[in-house]
Design a binder for this molecule. Structure first.
Ligand code: BJW
Ligand code: ZN
Length: 254
């Protein structure tokens, strides 16, 4: 590790050691080291289509079969995937902190697979099939290339994720806002911080007095407003950060 990186990790560990309320927001970057492509890193994540072209209610209305195949391909790619050292470090973080809230924009279920509990999934879960007609929903049990239809009302089934222009699952954003605006420290990992309302959480946390720590190998829309920026891949730095936090003398605010 370079001097600057070592210093920012030490700074971050020091902030965390002084906190008993911590919120963490993750994005696609935390799963990158598990082999899942990010959305905006490589320019188009499926058959040359950007997520903005398929992850909308309009795209589904126009071509439900295409959108269905997109999500089936994503599900298939997820089957062999395992959580990485970044996901594992966040499980340990939760054990180090009396009030730790993990919030994710990811729909891949890898935090859950790693052992995190109570995760607030802002953008839903790719393994849910649901019907917009009558609200019926179920957990998908396998892959099926053919578009399914609701057995209750006949509408085409869609994945249980949040598309552009849709509101976030009821109550989830509210709980995330509460966690972020009451946290003393917020850690933001692996997100370009451009998609709303998730991107605003760190700003609301900062306005409410939290110290913002960003972990990302690239500069993002948030970097200028973060108090500590750790420019490195999550799987490489989070385990060390957690170790430092665990060994730091605890001087919590009264
Ligand atoms: C690493 C790494 C490593 C690499 N370690 N890091 C206010 C202003 C303007 C627009 C809006 C607004 N409010 C709402 C909107 C509209 C819209 C929006 O935000 N548009 C933007 C284009 C501006 N938002 C919405 O529509 C949201 N709904 C909403 O607000 O409802 C109310 C409302 C409706 C209508 C109008 C107004 C209000 C819903 C957003 C849903 C987003 N859904 C998606 C798809 C989910 C399903 C699926 O997976 O297919 O969610 S889009 C996609 O982007 C996905 C992600 O969760 C999300 C965020 O992406 P993320 O995680 O940041 O990924 P990347 O690829 O961008 O970044 C990865 C980062 O990792 C990079 O920085 C790398 O450097 C880094 N990285 N390797 C650490 N090893
Ligand atoms: Zn239905």
């Amino acid at each position: 590790m370079g001097d600057k990186l070592t210093q920012s990790v030490a700074q971050a560990a020091n902030h965390l050691a002084h906190a008993d309320r911590v919120a963490c927001l993750t994005g696609a970057g935390i799963s990158a080291e598990s082999g899942i492509p990010t959305f905006r890193g490589t320019g188009g994540i499926w058959e040359g289509l950007a997520v903005e072209q398929v992850a909308t209610p309009e795209a589904f209305a126009e071509n439900p079969q295409l959108v269905w195949r997109f999500y089936q391909a994503r599900r298939a790619a997820l089957l062999p995937v395992k959580p990485n050292r970044g996901h594992a470090a966040l499980v340990t973080m939760a054990n180090l902190c009396p009030r730790f809230t993990l919030i994710t924009q990811n729909v891949d279920g890898l935090h859950h697979k790693a052992g995190s509990t109570g995760v607030l999934c802002l953008h839903g879960d790719i393994w849910i099939d649901r019907c917009d007609g009558c609200g019926w929903r179920t957990r998908a049990t396998g892959l099926c290339d053919r578009l399914g239809h609701c057995s209750a009302c006949g509408q085409p089934l869609r994945p249980g994720v949040v598309w552009f222009g849709e509101t976030l699952p009821q109550g989830v954003l509210e709980r995330a806002v509460e966690a972020c605006t009451t946290a003393q420290v917020m850690v933001v990992v692996g997100t370009s911080s451009v998609i709303q309302p998730a991107a605003s959480l760190a700003h609301w946390a900062r306005e409410a007095g939290a110290t913002i720590i960003e972990v990302n190998p690239e500069r993002t829309a948030l970097s200028g407003d973060a108090h500590v920026v750790i420019n490195a891949p999550a799987g490489e730095v989070l385990p060390g950060l957690v170790q430092l936090w665990a060994s730091a003398p605890r001087r919590r605010p009264g």
